[in-house]
Design a binder for this molecule. Structure first.
Ligand code: ZN
Length: 580
C-alpha cells in the first residue's frame, strides 16, 4: 500500500516536473533568444525553486532540467565561443533572513567565527559578457550563452562606448562584466521608435541585449559596460580587482564598498535600495561577494552558482491588477489614444488607476481585453505601463468605429497601428488644439485651463485660435459665464494681449504642427523671423529650403498643415495682429 502510494506520488511529481521544465525552458528561450522577458523575475524564480524542491524531495533530476544549466544554450545565430572558465550566474535572495543564511554557510565552510569581509556592488540589470585581450588588443566579445559556450558578438564591439580596445599595461587577459543601456539612452531610443511607429522596446535590458545580439549592426544605439572580474593571478581580493580595472580604464559599479560582516552589508543594502531610482542604469539588487580571493577555492561552486557570492534582489517595482475598462481619447491632431482603467493598486507609494495602452497595435499584439490581469510597472518610474499580460479572457478588445467626441468614422493610420479622427471640426480635437495653443510651451495664456477653454468653446466664444484675439470685444458675454469674474477676465485678456509679443518660436509651437519640436521651431524662426516670411514659403513654394533646414519628415508635416486652407487663413489673420 505504502509502496503504491509512493509510486503514485512520484508519478504525479514527475508530471509536474516535466510541466515546470517546459515552462521554464520556454521562458529561457524567450529571454535568451528573443530578448523578451515574458515573465517577471520573481515568478521565474518561484517556479525554478519549486522544480528544485521536487528534485531534492525525490532525489531525481530529469534530463534537460534547467536547474543544471546557467542560462540557455547559445543561439546558433552566432559563432560559438567555448570558455576555459565557465561564466556562472549568481544565486539570489530577496530577504535579509536568507542573506544571513548565506553568511552562515560561508562561515561554516570556512570554519570561521569572525566577521567575513564582503564587497557590495550594484547588480546591473543587463547582460553578462566576456572581453578577451591578446597582445594588448581587444580580440573577442562574447555573451554568456549557457555559461560554458557563449556567443561571439565581437562585430558589435563599437556599440559599447566605454571599453578600451587597447590595454597598455596588460597584454593578455579576460575581463568580465555587464553590458547595459543607460535609462536616458533607452528613453531617447524609444521616442525615436515611437516617432517612426516602430515597435517599442520593453525595457533597457531587452534593449541592450537586442542591440548587442544582432547580426545587423544598429549604429544609432549606445551601450555601456561595468567591469567586475579580471582574470589575473596577482590579484588577492575583489577590491584590488576593481581598483585594477579602474586603472585599466574600465568603469566599475559606482558606490562599491567593503563591508565588514553581514550587518554592515545589510546597512549598505538598506541605504542603497531607495537610491536605485536615481541611477542612469537599471539596478535590481546588490551583489554581495566575499572580498578575499583566498577563500574562493574553499567555498567552491555548485553546477550553477559560485558559493562566494549572492545577489540580493530589491523589492519589485511592479504589481498586478485587472483591467476594468478601456476607453479612447482623441488628441489635437486626431490621433486616437487608448487608455485602460484598472482596479486601483498602490505602487511605490502612489495609487494607480489608469495605464496607457500606447496604440492599438499594442492591444492587438498582447491580445488584451477587459477582465485580463496585467503586470504593471512605472516606466522610468513615472508613467505606469503594462509589462506583462495574464490572459483571463478569450477575445481581444475591439477598437471603436467612431470618434468618441464627434462620432465621425475613424480611419486607420497607414501602418494600421492607431486610428485617426480626420474631422477638422471635431470638438475634442479643437478643444485640445486650443488648449495647446494657450499652454505654457505655446503662447502661455494665463487663466485658461482646459476646463475654461471647454466652457468658452461650448459657449461659442472661441472656435479657432484666432478667436482668442477677438475675446476683448466679448467681455459682456464672458461676464455671464459661470466662474468668470471681472478680475479673472481682466487677467485673461491682458495675458492674451501680451501673448502677441512672445517670440515667434512660441507661436510656431502653439500652432501644433506635428514634428515641429521647439528646437526645430527655433531654427525655423532664425531663418524666417516673422509671419510674412513664413507665408512666402507657402506662396512661393519654397519647401525645398524647409526640407534642407528641418528634414524631410517635418517638411512634409508642415506642408500638409499649411495646405489646409483654414490653417493658411489662420496664418494670414495672425500676421495682421502679431506684434501689435
Ligand atoms: Zn472626432
Amino acid at each position: 500500500m505504502n509502496f503504491y502510494m509512493n509510486k503514485k506520488n512520484l508519478m504525479a511529481s514527475k508530471r509536474k516536473m516535466k510541466r515546470l521544465i517546459s515552462l521554464i525552458e520556454n521562458w529561457n528561450y524567450n529571454y535568451y533568444f528573443l530578448d523578451q522577458s515574458i515573465v517577471e523575475d520573481s515568478i521565474y524564480d518561484k517556479h525554478l525553486r519549486e522544480l528544485k524542491d521536487l528534485e531534492i524531495k525525490h532525489n531525481l533530476i530529469l534530463p534537460d532540467s534547467p536547474t543544471q544549466k546557467a542560462g540557455h544554450s547559445a543561439s546558433n545565430k552566432f559563432r560559438p565561443i567555448v570558455r576555459q572558465k565557465p561564466m556562472l550566474s549568481l544565486d539570489s535572495v530577496d530577504n535579509y533572513e536568507d542573506l544571513l543564511k548565506f553568511d552562515e554557510r560561508v562561515k561554516k565552510i570556512l570554519k570561521k567565527e569572525e566577521e567575513i569581509e564582503y564587497i557590495c556592488e550594484w547588480k546591473i540589470d543587463g547582460l553578462s559578457i566576456g572581453l578577451v585581450y591578446q597582445n594588448h588588443q581587444l580580440i573577442q566579445v562574447s555573451t554568456r550563452g549557457n555559461g560554458n559556450i557563449g556567443e561571439d558578438v565581437t562585430f558589435n564591439k563599437e556599440l559599447i562606448k566605454n571599453i578600451p580596445f587597447f590595454l597598455s599595461t596588460i597584454a593578455n587577459c579576460e575581463i568580465r562584466g555587464e553590458i547595459y543601456m543607460k535609462k536616458s539612452e533607452f528613453f531617447r531610443l524609444n521616442k525615436e521608435l515611437e516617432k517612426n511607429d516602430s515597435k517599442l522596446l520593453a525595457n533597457p535590458r531587452n534593449a541592450a541585449s537586442g542591440s548587442l545580439r544582432t547580426l545587423v549592426p544598429l549604429q544609432n544605439r549606445k551601450l555601456h559596460f561595468f567591469a567586475y572580474q579580471l582574470f589575473n593571478s596577482s590579484l588577492d581580493s575583489q577590491s584590488t580587482c576593481l581598483r585594477e580595472l579602474e586603472k585599466l580604464g574600465f568603469a566599475v559599479s559606482p558606490d562599491y564598498q567593503l563591508c565588514k560582516g553581514i550587518e554592515k552589508t545589510k546597512e549598505f543594502i538598506q541605504k542603497h535600495e531607495p537610491k536605485r531610482l536615481n541611477l542612469d542604469f537599471e539596478s535590481d539588487g546588490i551583489v554581495v561577494k566575499v572580498n578575499n580571493y583566498d577563500f574562493y577555492p574553499l567555498l567552491g561552486q555548485t553546477s550553477r552558482f559560485p558559493r562566494w557570492a549572492i545577489a540580493y534582489k530589491f523589492l519589485a517595482l511592479s504589481t498586478t491588477s485587472q483591467i476594468e475598462k478601456i476607453y479612447v481619447e482623441v488628441s489635437r491632431n486626431g490621433r486616437i489614444t487608448y487608455v485602460a482603467e484598472i482596479k486601483p493598486v498602490t505602487l511605490q507609494g502612489s495609487i494607480i488607476s489608469k495605464v496607457t495602452l500606447h496604440n492599438y497595435s499594442f492591444i492587438r499584439n498582447l491580445k488584451l481585453n477587459i477582465g485580463d490581469k496585467v503586470l504593471i510597472k512605472k516606466a522610468g518610474d513615472v508613467i505606469p505601463q503594462i509589462i506583462q499580460l495574464i490572459k483571463l479572457t478569450e477575445n481581444i478588445w475591439l477598437p471603436p468605429n467612431a470618434c468618441p467626441s464627434c462620432n465621425s468614422t475613424l480611419k486607420w493610420n497607414p501602418t494600421n497601428i492607431y486610428q485617426i479622427c480626420d474631422n477638422n471640426y471635431c470638438s475634442q480635437r479643437t478643444i485640445n488644439l486650443l488648449a495647446h495653443f494657450a499652454s505654457k510651451s505655446g503662447l502661455d495664456i494665463k487663466g485658461l485651463s482646459q476646463k475654461n477653454i471647454e466652457k468658452l468653446y461650448q459657449n461659442n466664444l472661441i472656435k479657432k485660435p484666432i478667436d482668442f484675439y477677438q475675446l476683448e470685444q466679448k467681455r459682456e458675454e464672458l461676464l455671464k459665464l459661470e466662474g468668470f469674474q471681472k478680475k479673472s477676465i481682466d487677467n485673461i485678456l491682458s495675458s492674451i494681449k501680451n501673448s502677441k509679443k512672445k517670440p515667434l518660436t512660441n507661436l510656431l509651437i502653439a500652432l501644433g504642427i506635428p514634428l515641429l519640436s521647439s528646437v526645430k521651431a527655433k531654427k525655423l524662426s532664425i531663418f524666417y523671423p516673422n509671419l510674412a516670411s513664413i507665408r512666402t514659403i507657402i506662396e512661393n513654394n519654397e519647401w525645398e529650403k524647409i526640407r534642407e533646414l528641418l528634414g524631410e519628415e517635418t517638411q512634409k508635416e508642415m506642408k500638409n498643415y499649411f495646405q489646409n486652407p483654414e490653417n493658411f487663413q489662420l496664418l494670414k489673420e495672425l500676421e495682421k495682429i502679431w506684434g501689435n
